[in-house]
Design a protein around this ligand. Structure first.
Ligand code: ADP
Length: 449
């Protein structure tokens, strides 16, 4: 198949820009779609064509399937890249795109659907030979059953929403007495957030790390893994800083687990980019979910492998084979990404508004993915992520020194940002030692309060 002539980018912010950049380097023209609030956005300015698809509210614009399909038809786009968030994991959207004879730059809609239901995802993972967190065998249908399961696996347990995402609809349960109330709460939260009150129960691991493997499949049984990312630095189950490789794994452990994951992806005949997320405790991996899209933190993998993950996604969607075999993939050096949000660094209250001064750090091995510019007005309607700072070094210490320098150089005036928070985190001795679990950041934040 010939490479695409034109790709529509169904997203906004830094990731729209990221996709645009990959397209331009491949000689592909881009179509930006945007809400009225984003008329001045950087991705709109840089794209070859721009089409307004609705008002500020995401429901009416970035989630507006008929408007996006119409834009693709009018612009005669060959393919759609969904970025992350918004419609990227909407199987129905992927199907509609394909029905309109537009190429979906993503996995088979069936795989999106399967992995979008976490219960179904765990079943599939088990079938593919991946280790799971012990828990209920499917949805919880009654309080009696929930108590029985919790007794069998032992407290504390975690009740999770089958349709969950972004850490919502999760409750930790410490004893049988509080179980009925908390399961009910989780169900109503899940119903409100996802329109689905299906929940399941899992053993609550006490001090795990969050370690995820980046994978690519060709859709025909060929697959590679691109190593892991450690995303244990989290606040309210949201990632704050990510690094590759994980300070907790050595090359043998990486190769061993990577191969298990690679085989699972091959067996699934998965197509495109995906991430297998695991919790890691006492030397053991436990599958929690698979994300069927590009991740926010993909640049750290790009830094240590030298591969362009968006280019790889586009190539696969165009029917080309994987550009590398597993043997050709080398992991070199160390990369760290800081997520910079337009938020108060102490209270985390959103801080949108006009950027009066913007200066991105530069120099050797420093990358900034951001759609900000001087005078840009950050709209209050969307995610607060405004920039990602990614640094690379020959080893972790080198990367840390560079990160310290780059954060110092970063100027974003106007809105409050989480730059001071990131600066404080990287001075914490536990972080410097790589000695942190998914619980660490919240404990550390509480100790500073
Ligand atoms: P979501 O899709 O909402 O992000 P995940 O299943 O990916 O949900 O879990 C998000 C985070 O919640 C994990 O990175 C981890 O910090 C925590 N978590 C999930 N499952 C468990 C568990 N069984 N024990 C302890 N923490 C968990």
């Amino acid at each position: 198949m010939a490479m695409f002539g034109k790709v529509l980018i169904a997203n906004r912010g830094e990731i729209a820009l990221r996709v645009h950049r990959a397209c331009r380097e491949m000689g592909i023209r881009t179509v930006a779609v945007h809400s009225t609030a984003d008329a001045d956005a950087m991705h709109v300015r840089l794209a070859d064509e721009a089409i307004c698809i609705g008002p500020a509210s995401a429901t009416d614009s970035y989630l507006n399937i008929p408007a996006i399909i119409s834009a693709a038809e009018i612009a005669q786009a060959d393919a759609i890249h969904p970025g992350y968030g918004f419609l990227s994991e909407n199987a129905r959207f992927a199907e509609i795109v394909e029905q309109h004879k537009i190429v979906w730059i993503g996995p088979d809609p069936e795989h999106i659907r399967k992995m979008g239901d976490k219960i179904e995802a765990k079943r599939t993972a088990a079938m593919l030979g991946l280790p799971l967190v012990p828990g209920s065998d499917g949805p919880i249908t009654s309080t009696e059953e929930a108590i029985k399961v919790a007794d069998a696996i032992g407290y504390p347990v975690l009740v999770k929403a089958a349709s969950g995402g972004g850490g919502r609809g999760m409750k930790v349960i410490h004893d049988a007495a509080s179980l009925p109330g908390l399961v009910q709460q989780a169900k109503s939260e899940a119903k409100a957030a996802f329109g689905d009150d299906t929940v399941y129960i899992e053993k609550y691991l006490s001090e795990p790390r969050h370690i995820e493997f980046q994978v690519f499949g060709d859709g025909k049984g060929g697959a590679v893994h691109l190593g892991e990312r450690d995303c244990s630095l989290q606040r309210r189950h949201q990632k704050v800083l990510e690094e590759a490789p994980s300070p907790a794994l050595n090359a043998d452990q990486r190769a061993e687990m990577g191969e298990i994951v690679r085989q699972a992806v091959a067996k699934l005949k998965y197509r495109g980019a995906g991430t297998m997320e695991f919790l890691y405790e006492d030397g053991k991996f436990y599958f929690i979910e698979m994300n069927t899209r590009l991740q926010v933190e993909h640049p750290v993998t790009e830094a240590v492998t030298g591969l362009d993950l968006v280019r790889e996604q586009i190539r696969i969607a165009a029917g080309l084979p994987l550009s590398v075999t597993q043997d050709q993939i080398r992991f070199e050096g160390h990369a760290i990404e800081c997520r910079i949000n337009a938020e108060d660094p102490l209270t985390f209250a959103p801080s949108p508004g006009r950027v009066t001064d913007f200066h991105a750090p530069g120099g050797l091995h420093v990358r900034v993915d951001s759609a900000l510019y001087d005078g840009y007005r950050i709209p209050p309607y969307y995610d607060s992520l405004i920039a990602k700072l990614i640094v690379y070094g020959a080893n972790r210490n080198d990367a840390l020194m560079r990160l310290r320098r780059a954060l110092e150089e970063f100027v974003i005036h106007g809105p409050k940002t989480t730059i001071p928070l990131q600066q404080a985190i990287i001075e914490a001795p536990d972080f410097i030692d790589g000695n942190y679990s998914i619980k660490w950041l919240e404990r550390w934040l509480a100790s500073r309060a």
